[in-house]
Ligand binder design. Structure first.
Ligand code: ADP
Length: 433
């Protein structure tokens, strides 16, 4: 019990005793006691009245009081001042955040829990044509009606950004990145990526043009080198080794150019799926024959195939992707090991799986395998004719088929490369005869 509280009890006892004694003098001790208590209560009510009056005008200084009431007034007064100063601090921080967001060149739009526009910066006005304050409180999807934006916005899955033409200028490209926070509120960041996209197109065009231009001279070089190699016995021995190396490297360069052209066509051309489902079982059997020729009988290839399962897509692209995986298994596993090819379906979709019993891949390298020109063992890859573009091609092909490439590997046990196709892409094959 604090000393002030003890003092207050003392005051109450004093009031009661004084009332009792005064009442006793006039032979009404009980009435005097009641009067003492009443006086004490009236004093408390008066202080409470002062407190409420002051609380209604918080800008005023607190009323003067002694004892416990003085303590109450002071306590509330100091609490109010602390609150005010932290509010001021928060307001300053908020203002600074708003000021810095205003200064951003990227658009920032805040959407409340009901999907309505709550706040945006000036860049968002310039990029999206939002008008302040007339658009405030309107659903964002009423102002940005582009179906792909509405679908992206409502999907609630925002791992990847969305690219869209600006609603104000078709020639400009915008990148939307939505983040969910709090109770279903959203923060939308909008970036003008027109320059970056132009650069990307330039890069793609440059690679495609260079590769295309290199194709003819390389064919000529390679053709002559092959003819010379056929008559190598007529050449001095010291030239023969040089010729063999030139021949090997020209074949590698040709393969590189072909892979670059395949990649650039995957990046730039629109996807053309065949109307009829692709007979994947036949495709795999043909690839197996080619792989056996490449292995030269050094590996055994085992097939486990669902003969009725097909997919909708591009046969040329799938042939390229599947061959890359199977040929890699041949190239990067020791002679005498087994390679298992499976084609099957489950409730989620269809899978083409290439499982080898090679040395496996370091887990740290796995995430990089689909990067262009990434090779784990550069020397070995070149000696096997690898370009470092194979798995990048597979990844692109699978993305174009709305599927994905999955890779698992255990060192010393082997690797497994799986092409996954969503259920909607699968088809039942009809067999004639
Ligand atoms: P490359 O044309 O060099 O074969 P890829 O993109 O097809 O390029 O493969 C990238 C790298 O992944 C290869 O250099 C190789 O080191 C490794 N790799 C691919 N498949 C396998 C496999 N089945 N077993 C072990 N390593 C593999």
């Amino acid at each position: 019990m604090t000393s002030l509280f003890r003092k207050e009890i003392g005051t109450l006892v004093f009031y009661l005793l004084a009332g009792f004694l005064a009442g006793w003098l006039f032979s009404h001790a009980a009435f005097g006691l009641f009067l003492g208590a009443l006086l004490f209560i009236v004093k408390y009510l008066w202080q409470l009245g002062r407190l409420t009056q002051w609380l209604n005008q918080p800008e005023k200084e607190p009323p003067e009081a002694k004892g416990i009431w003085g303590e109450v007034f002071d306590g509330i007064y100091h609490y109010q001042r602390r609150q005010k100063s932290s509010q001021l601090h928060l307001k300053q921080i908020l203002n600074r955040i708003q000021d810095s967001s205003q200064a951003l060149r990227d658009g920032v739009v805040m959407i409340d829990g009901k999907g309505n526009l709550e706040w945006w910066n000036t860049a968002a006005e310039a990029l999206l044509g939002l008008r302040s304050p007339s658009d405030l409180g309107y659903p964002i999807t009423h102002l940005l009606r582009e179906p792909s934006f509405v679908e992206y916005y409502e999907s609630q899955s925002y791992q990847d950004p969305l690219m869209l033409a600006s609603p104000l200028n078709e020639d400009r490209s915008l990148e939307f990145q939505v983040t969910l926070f709090g109770g279903n509120e959203r923060l939308i960041l909008v970036r003008d990526v027109t320059k970056m996209q132009r650069l990307e197109v330039m890069r793609q065009d440059f690679i495609a043009n260079v590769s295309h231009e290199l194709r003819t001279p390389l064919t000529v070089l390679s053709g002559y080198l092959e003819t010379f190699s056929d008559h190598a016995e007529n050449l001095p021995t010291k030239w023969q080794r040089g010729l063999t190396l030139m021949r090997q490297q020209s074949v590698r360069m040709q393969q590189l150019v072909e892979d670059l052209l395949t990649l650039s066509s995957l990046e730039t051309s629109s996807f053309e799926a065949a109307i009829e489902p692709i007979a994947v079982p036949e495709l795999i059997k043909a690839i197996k024959t080619d792989a056996l020729a490449l292995s030269d009988g050094k590996h055994s290839l085992v097939l486990e195939i669902d003969a009725d399962l097909g997919v909708y897509g591009s046969e040329k692209e799938l042939r390229s992707a599947f061959s890359n995986l199977v040929f890699n298994a041949v190239k990067y596993t020791p002679a005498g090991t087994e390679i298992a090819l499976s084609w099957y379906q489950n409730a989620e979709g269809a899978y083409f799986e290439v499982k080898d019993k090679g040395q496996g891949i370091d887990p740290a390298c796995l995430p990089h395998l689909t990067e262009r020109f990434y090779r784990i063992d550069k020397g070995r890859s070149s000696s096997t004719g690898g370009t470092g573009l194979g798995l990048a091609i597979v990844k692109h092909v699978m993305l174009r088929h709305q599927g994905q490439l999955e890779m698992t590997s255990k060192q010393g046990v082997g690797s497994c490369f799986t092409c996954y196709f969503p259920l909607a892409k699968t088809a039942l094959l009809t067999h004639q005869g």
